[in-house]
Ligand binder design. Sequence first.
Ligand code: DGL
Length: 300
Amino acid sequence: MRPLTLSPNSVNLPASSSGAHSGAPVGIFDSGLGGLSVLRAVRALLPAERLVYVADSRYAPYGQRDDDFIADRTLAIGEWLVAQGAKALVVACNTATAQSIALVRERLSIPLVGVEPGIKPAALASKTRVAGVLATQVTLRSARFQALVERHAADLRVLCQPGHGLVEAVERCDVNSPELLALLRAYVEPMLEAGADTLVLGCTHYPFLDAAIRSIVGERMALIDTSVAIARQLERVLEQHGLRADGGNAGAGPDDIRFCSTSDGAHLRELAAALLGLDAEVERVAIPSRRTRELEANAA
Ligand code: DGL
């Protein structure tokens, strides 16, 4: 199966307008740990690139937040990454992309890459013409998602299932507990019964549940994960803007990836070790925004 992404989101400003240069890092952001699945693919395809990863774990999951909150956080973190010198931004979160990519694209002066559920590859892969989509409620109810289905899957029966509880499980580094397996079973078994042969992992946290899902569906479903396609899209965008890091570099080592979290970062460190084999120092960062200031004022 060939994973494809559907979200080539680059701004039209030339790279020079932001002062970005090829040696600068790429910013990658998610509500939490899910974007590490994208970081893994970026690192494999573009090993010379320096990376700054931000997990907004203090405010995850976004899937239950209101639209304004998600846009507020995405913009604040994008601006923070620009201030850290990022030359491009990967919004490695389907929920944030669905909700706020247009706004962020208007406001930031660096190229952007967003992510969207792999509806197009699912439409190409499904033989039964029935596909399941697991994503957050916010993603599934977004106009972007509806448009994606209309554009690419008019002849496909698409079974949408909000993955309540799954982001929280991954944030706890739970990828195989009996409770999690029971939750996954409740989500995917009805899809199998309805004849689905393809399952779109429409949230960047879900690739970490790949083995757990596989243990339930066996070979009866193809799992669609777009992280490799997102890395390819980033490569194209960097090339278009003349921002690819010098290929002569031997490859980014652990020191060339900066891991930041708005929470204590322990789980980010644990997952980076398990997934990327990196014993990463995680910086705790404060990225205040209008909505988090309000939250904190109300809590005081
Ligand atoms: N990884 C995010 C996504 O892709 C999770 C969203 C959330 O925090 O609920 O949608």
